[in-house]
Design a protein around this ligand. Structure first.
Ligand code: ADP
Ligand code: MG
Length: 384
């Protein structure tokens, strides 16, 4: 078992500049698959390298099972790391690639045989044990790299974008294989990626980072549905969440949001928060929460938007993206419509918005305005 706890971790590289990691605190529980997700350069690899002991910690602590390992050399941390480049030994066959690390650690021959056979069997590598890396496909090579980590039977797996060199189809199958292996072995894993699909599908939890800082930690769908701020709202989801400028108005004892000529009730948000915002906010709505016609499932809370002009229609096969222009709104708005949509560029569409899935963001701080009573949560809790 292994719990990896990071407390106020900081990394400043020699030569000054901005810190690569700032006050990062995160606890990865035993057997958990934690994904560090964020744009390139946000400090993900730096965190991983500090956990592995490959990079000195500027300040803060890394503890494994309660024992601070800051000063423990990398080789004694019982951690296996898998990188993007598989770095297999080209002159050794698969068996010896798998066995190499164990031999170097002085593991007995019979034990090496047992572990290599076990890992190769789990990963479907038995037919390739005598092959050299050049005679393997990219996916097979990546499985050998994974096998090399598995045979060590480490306390913790660290992965640094291990799938980014693979082509699309192989990424999916290797991703699924990796998930299966981790769940089966139950080894605590920390996985770095800038790919939101990997993060959503692989992680028990996701830790979203930006500019060296933790922005939000949570289960994938939790974070997707309830982004803490504009950065997360835009970073997760493809196409990302629409952020539509809206003005807030007090009307007849209640609050209204004015969006592109339509008026929407703002009763999901506390009155104090709305008055604190002043008159402007950003209304966040995911493309799948905009509806072309009034025929969605019954538990949505639909309100009509002002009619929207259709700028473009993008059929993707399984679905169609509709690019819309709302009156008085400079930003384009994207709606996810069914593949059977009849909308065409130039049309004037009646679009409805699911208020139960809408978010309000403070344009100054970028932070979400918490809702009063979460109907959506209740709905999803029921569904799950
Ligand atoms: N060895 C290094 N020396 C100096 N700066 C570095 C070094 N490694 C990374 N950095 C910088 O630290 C920041 C975070 O990098 P990194 O941890 O590699 O981010 P990510 O893995 O999220 O792309 C970047 O600005 C990067 O340029
Ligand atoms: Mg990196």
């Amino acid at each position: 078992m292994a719990i990896v706890a990071m407390t106020r971790l900081n990394k400043l590289y020699d030569g000054g500049g901005e810190p690569a990691v700032t006050d990062l605190s995160l606890t990865v529980t035993d057997g958990e698959f934690m994904v560090l997700l964020g744009p390139s350069g946000c400090g993900k690899s730096s965190v991983l390298r500090m956990i592995a002991g490959l990079e000195p910690i500027t300040s803060g602590e890394v503890a494994i099972d309660g024992k601070i390992v800051n000063e423990v050399p990398a080789k004694d941390r019982d951690i296996a790391m898998v990188f993007q480049s598989y770095a297999l030994y080209p002159h050794m066959d698969v068996f010896n690639n798998l066995a190499f690390g164990l031999r170097r650690r002085g593991v007995a021959k019979a034990e090496i045989e047992r572990r290599v056979q076990g890992a190769a069997s789990k990963l479907g590598l038995l037919p390739f044990l005598k092959r050299k890396p050049h005679a393997l496909s990219g996916g097979q090579r990546q499985r050998v790299a994974l096998g090399r980590a598995i045979v060590r039977e480490p306390k913790v797996f660290l992965f640094d974008e291990p799938l980014s060199n693979l082509d699309a189809a192989l990424r999916v199958s290797t991703r699924n294989e990796l998930i299966r292996q981790q769940r089966e072995l139950g080894i605590t894993a920390i996985y770095v990626t800038h790919d939101q699909i990997e993060a959503m599908t692989m992680g028990h939890r996701i830790c979203i980072m930006n500019k060296g800082e933790v922005i939000q930690i949570g289960k994938p769908l939790e974070v997707y549905r309830n982004p803490a701020n504009i950065f997360v709202a835009r970073f997760l989801g493809n196409p990302p969440m629409n952020l539509i400028p809206t003005s807030i108005q007090a009307e007849g004892g209640g609050w209204q949001l004015r969006v592109g000529g339509a008026s929407l009730p703002a009763d999901c948000w506390p009155s104090e928060a709305l008055s604190r915002l002043g008159s402007q906010a950003l209304l966040g709505i995911r493309p799948e929460d905009l509806y072309e016609t009034a025929s969605p499932p019954g538990d949505r809370r639909l309100v009509a938007m002002a009619r929207a002009g259709v700028i473009a229609v993008e059929p993707l096969g399984a679905e169609t993206l509709i690019v819309l222009s709302l009156e008085g709104v400079a930003e384009e708005v994207i709606a996810r419509a069914g593949r059977e949509t009849r909308l065409r560029p130039g049309d004037n569409a009646a679009i409805e918005l699911d208020l139960a899935a809408a978010h309000l963001f403070d344009p100054t701080t970028g932070q979400v305005v918490p809702r009063i009573h979460d109907e959506r949560e209740a709905r999803w809790a029921k569904a799950e």
